[in-house]
Design a protein around this ligand. Structure first.
Ligand code: FES
Length: 591
């Protein structure tokens, strides 16, 4: 194989690749417009032109189609730059409103075009590279757009210039268009429906193949099969084509894996309270009323606005933000009766960060109490007030829109006055509730939970990370609302408990398990149904005359459900028989 020299860098000739591909591997930049990894090169825009010198003869070729034969390639010689300038002038005449083309032209010193601008052309951003037509036809398989007319009057359009049924508004054409020239409304009868990003709380959209969130474990992309074109019509497969390690496998199926484990740590996390009982707060009805989690994404550098605080309705910087705490918490009538514990601190954090991003903005926090029980929490709250965050003790009754402002009705419970405050944005510190999968899991694992669905620990003070069922532990908001440090501490404790369990040579079991008096047992089987730990079974009596209950002692947790349910008193708990309990009670009362 011969030698190929690109801009003075020597490499092996590789005719199966193009000059563009080899140049990219060598880190040499060649401008491209009509080249996209999902399609074979076509060479229509010609901006990737390079000078090929072979046997003393020089010729200009498009790098995206020219094979990497031996010889010399110059990607930035004067003839190359001259031709690129001419091409850019032609493009400026074709697409004078394409900002990307203007920027590229400026890079090559072209400010004006000498050619007449196509005034009658409708789309003044389109350079007619045809990438959109090819992706629609060859990749997605819809052929919903094409070239119209010939020569000087050529344009991209839907057939008969009518939005077509063939177009599903999948967005492939806009995705590949190098100049942002595509207006899908001209092609599609259906409204483009962006797929809301779950991680960004629906404030941005995501593609059909995506990594759920930056810290996802495993940090690998997943395919949304409900929206992916391949799963709809068998076409596209762009992601597989561009994936260099060939890791995209459309045949992969969800699998149920069976593992044998010695312990389980339940960490199901939390959901946000569904605010539909608080219709007067307007969450999800007014774009400028959002939950604390939405605001968290808005403040994040990886969020929809790259960390700039802009309100969703019109993208303006909000000059007054009202934070409403206990939205759904501590309200037994409409919401949840418990305190969500984290809202005081995250509202303070949000208010401080908002003031940092918008120094002339005003942050107003409506609160019932400020609960700062945690290391340095009180100091943090003090910092918020010192940095100009205003706190109003009172409850909010209504949030509504007036003009381009949100209006908050509330009361100042210190002065006893009614308040009406206008704001640009309202942020609700929505209550935490158990994850919606928690109850089903609790039933499956036979772990107790409280009335709200949070898992219950074996003992609130002495065994806060264990459950009543041996080998099952709790971590995080599965057990109740908690913040990150507390969650981390509890998760570490749960992990230590597991290690402690695994390091024992022998396992011990509480001796207070249930026993059956076989003489009394009628074999009715009621206790089998009530036992939450599946520790009982009906077996045939030794003499073959009827049935009797057998207890698997190692499974029994001594909950007493069988004793309570047994109609003849045959089920009793070892060391806690009815008579023993009665005697203990008597002795206690005598004392
Ligand atoms: Fe090579 Fe357009 S990128 S011709």
């Amino acid at each position: 194989m011969g030698k190929l020299i690109i801009d003075g860098i020597e490499t092996e000739a590789a005719p199966s690749k193009t000059v563009l591909e080899v140049a990219r591997e060598l880190g040499i930049k060649i401008p491209t417009l009509c080249s996209h990894p999902s399609l074979p090169p076509y060479g229509s825009c010609r901006i990737c032109v390079v000078e090929a010198i072979w046997k003393g003869r020089s010729k200009l070729h498009t790098a995206c189609t020219f094979p990497a034969w031996e010889g010399e390639i110059r990607t930035d010689s004067e003839p190359v730059r001259r031709l690129r300038r001419n091409i850019l002038e032609l493009m400026l005449a074709e697409a004078p409103e394409a900002e990307d083309i203007r920027a590229l032209a400026r890079e090559f010193g072209v400010e004006q075009t000498r050619f007449p601008v196509r005034e009658e052309k409708e789309n003044k951003k389109c350079i007619m590279c045809g990438l959109c037509v090819r992706v629609c036809q060859d990749v997605v398989g819809f052929a919903a757009i094409g070239f119209e007319n010939r020569g000087y009057r050529r344009e991209i359009a839907a057939p008969f210039r009518e939005p077509s049924d063939a177009c599903t508004a999948c967005g492939a054409c806009s995705f590949v268009c190098p100049t942002g020239a595509i207006d899908r409304r001209l092609f599609a009868k259906v409204e483009p429906k962006p797929i809301p990003s779950e991680f960004d709380q629906g404030t941005t959209s995501r593609p059909c193949i995506y990594t759920p969130f930056p810290q996802a474990v495993p940090n690998k992309p997943v395919i949304d099969t409900r929206n992916c074109v391949y799963f709809k019509n068998g076409n596209c497969q762009v992601c597989a084509k561009v994936c260099v390690p060939r890791a995209v496998d459309y045949e992969q199926q969800d699998e149920v894996l069976e593992e044998e484990v010695g312990a389980i740590v339940v960490a199901t996390g939390f959901d946000l309270f569904d605010m539909k009982t608080y219709g007067s707060y307007g969450l999800h009805r007014h774009p400028d009323v959002m939950s604390g989690l939405d605001f968290e994404r808005l403040l994040s550098a990886s969020g929809p606005t790259k960390g700039e605080v802009r309100r969703p309705s019109d993208g303006k910087v909000p000059k007054r933000v009202i934070f409403v705490k206990c939205a759904g918490s501590r309200d037994a009538e409409q919401g949840m009766p418990y305190c969500s514990k984290v809202c005081c601190m995250y509202s303070a954090k949000h208010a401080i960060l908002y003031k940092h991003r918008v120094p002339d903005g005003e942050a107003l926090v409506f609160y019932i109490d400020v609960r700062t029980a945690g290391k340095d929490f009180e100091e943090f709250y003090k910092r918020a007030t010192d940095e100009g965050v205003n706190y109003v003790r009172g409850k909010v009754s209504k949030v509504f829109r007036r003009g381009d402002k949100m209006v908050v009705w509330g009361s100042d419970t210190i002065s006893g006055r009614k308040l009406e405050v206008e704001a640009d944005l309202v942020v609700l510190a929505t209550a935490m509730v158990p994850d919606r999968s928690a109850l089903e899991l609790a039933r499956m694992l036979k772990i107790q939970h409280n009335a709200h669905g949070f898992f219950t620990e074996a003992h609130p003070k002495l065994r806060p990370v264990e459950t009543a069922t041996a080998g099952f532990y709790l971590a995080g908001a599965a057990q109740g609302p908690k913040d990150i440090p507390e969650t981390v501490a509890q998760a570490s404790a749960a992990a230590s408990k597991v290690l402690e369990l695994f390091s024992r040579k022998e396992l011990t079991h509480d001796p207070n398990v249930a026993a059956v008096d076989e003489d009394l047992c009628s074999g009715c089987g009621i206790c089998v149904d009530v036992c939450p730990y599946k520790a009982r079974e009906l077996i045939e009596r030794k003499d073959g005359k009827g049935w009797v209950i057998k207890v698997t002692e190692v499974l029994c947790e001594g909950c007493g459900a069988c004793s309570a349910a047994c109609p003849v008193g045959a089920c009793q708990q070892a060391n806690l028989k009815d008579k023993q309990i009665e005697q203990m009670a008597r002795a206690g009362l005598q004392d």
